[in-house]
Design a protein around this ligand. Sequence first.
Ligand SMILES: Nc1ncnc2c1ncn2[C@@H]1O[C@H](COP(=O)(O)OP(=O)(O)OP(=O)(O)O)[C@@H](O)[C@H]1O
Length: 308
Amino acid sequence: MAPIVSIQNLTKSYASGFQALKGVNLDIEEGEILALLGPNGAGKTTMISIICGIVMPSGGRVTVAGHDVVKDFRRTREIIGLVPQELTLDAFETVFNTVAFSRGLHGKKPDPVLIERILRELSLWDKKDSMLRHLSGGMRRRVLIAKALSYEPKVLFLDEPTAGVDVALRKDMWQLVERLRASGVTIILTTHYIEEAEEIADRIGVINKGEILLVEDKAALMQKLGRKTLTVELAEPVAVVPEALARFNLRIGSEGRALIYDYETSGERTGITGLLSAIAQEGFRLKDVSTQQSTLEDIFVELVGEAK
Ligand SMILES: Nc1ncnc2c1ncn2[C@@H]1O[C@H](COP(=O)(O)OP(=O)(O)OP(=O)(O)O)[C@@H](O)[C@H]1O
């Protein structure tokens, strides 16, 4: 199946001369949830803004459902929904009108039943007649989401949807994402919360300094880059790793009271059995043994660190 979003060799240099995107290639499949992780300034918002037709690319091409986002921007805008980071809302309009108007702006026929459903889902129904300027920051964020959903986009971009929101909104948001996914909507979200990506995404892309470092199936990524460490706590401290254990590349931790062994979870053989028997042969007395699995956060920090 052709990807719903296809990004080919996308570059962006701002007027200042700053190159925010340096040749990004990425295909997004219909119905998937893709989380884009990257440090501040990596180029996430720039990329999303180009796909959504808000920022002009300097080079390369993006298609959405086969339509070019520059040449056919009217078509692609009908397909795409965007929940932006910043709040740009008309302070003197009511919640209901703002959301209903957003649907009209995208060329869709009025559908008050749908608008009611969206507002109820986002706990905004009792605020439907309130003016936006009377809403709290969290409520306004809910309105931004309702606006994007009002015209039933096939592809939804969420730019840091849960940055600075409370627990209730975060919960509602993920429920909504699940519901949208079930109805076949493709969702691309950027986040700084790695555990969030770990929880809900099908694939994870890592972007840094305008380049995609990798895009992987989440499970495969964890499997491929996931490492484990085995910590062997010793009854008496050691100063150096004995020669007989050199092949395990051990580190010494806890001021000599622990031997630390790193191993790949994807490897066929972990080497643990050999290590433990070699340690026993050296006559060490053990206090405890424990293992730690690297998290997506460790993987991310390592990747971004390597690219510096
Ligand atoms: N209009 C602009 N003119 C010049 N530089 C810009 C402009 N917009 C963004 N940049 C720069 O481009 C880089 C990428 O910004 P972008 O907002 O895409 O990053 P981001 O990954 O979304 O970051 P964050 O996580 O902080 O939102 C940054 O260094 C930013 O300063």
